[in-house]
Design a protein around this ligand. Structure first.
Ligand code: COA
Length: 165
């Protein structure tokens, strides 16, 4: 528990993911990507920051309005995993929720012997001020930029960032 929320691990909260992404058009303004992220909430473990009124409820039963942030984790290999999606409701930005979601994921992964956490985000050559903030967040969480891939995504440069656990 941290502040007025707690972090829970659950499955299948595409409703909450959809709600949160809709609040953040500077980051998730392209419908087809948003749709893909929302669908991913049904496939990947969901780490949710849940407002304190819902604490005690199972993460699967919390009302979407009480979900303040979501992180979807994609683990393809035994020793590495990727942050597939991370988003926090706008009015709760900069309150430590993103860092706390990441810390819970990292604790769980270390407990399983996972050694490397990665994330792909928009690269600096896109000159997008919203994603300058995103990369500052990942840097503050201990991620290092590895390489920008101009062609991995259809229209945007992709930056791979990694963190040793
Ligand atoms: C990026 C995001 C998940 C960060 O979550 P958050 O809860 O707002 O971040 P935190 O409060 O945990 O910040 C932790 C640290 O990251 C850094 N940081 C966070 N937001 C920042 C910003 N806007 N500018 C610069 N540094 C920032 C700071 O060092 C901060 O620590 P401090 O507040 O003590 O200085 C959230 O802002 C968000 O949802 N952004 C829009 C969606 C997005 O970018 N998702 C990732 C797509 S790949």
């Amino acid at each position: 528990m941290s502040g007025t929320y707690t972090v829970v691990r659950t499955l299948g909260r595409s409703d909450a993911a959809h709600d949160i992404l809709e609040e953040l058009p500077e980051w998730f303004g392209i419908d087809r990507f948003t749709h893909e992220y929302v669908e991913a909430a049904d496939r990947f473990p969901n780490y949710l920051a849940v407002a304190s009124p819902s604490v005690g409820a199972d993460g699967g039963a919390v009302p979407a309005d009480d979900v303040l942030g979501v992180l979807l984790l994609d683990q393809r290999y035994p020793t590495s995993a990727e942050v597939h999606l991370l988003a926090v409701r706008r009015k709760h930005h900069r309150a430590g929720i993103g860092r706390d979601l990441m810390a819970r994921v990292e604790d769980d992964l270390r407990g399983q012997g996972v050694r490397l956490l990665s994330v792909k985000t928009l690269g600096p050559s896109a000159h997008d001020p919203a994603f300058d903030q995103t990369r500052a967040f990942y840097g503050a969480c201990g991620f290092h930029p590895v390489e920008e891939f101009p062609d991995l995504w259809a229209d945007d440069p992709c930056l791979l960032m990694v963190k040793p656990l």
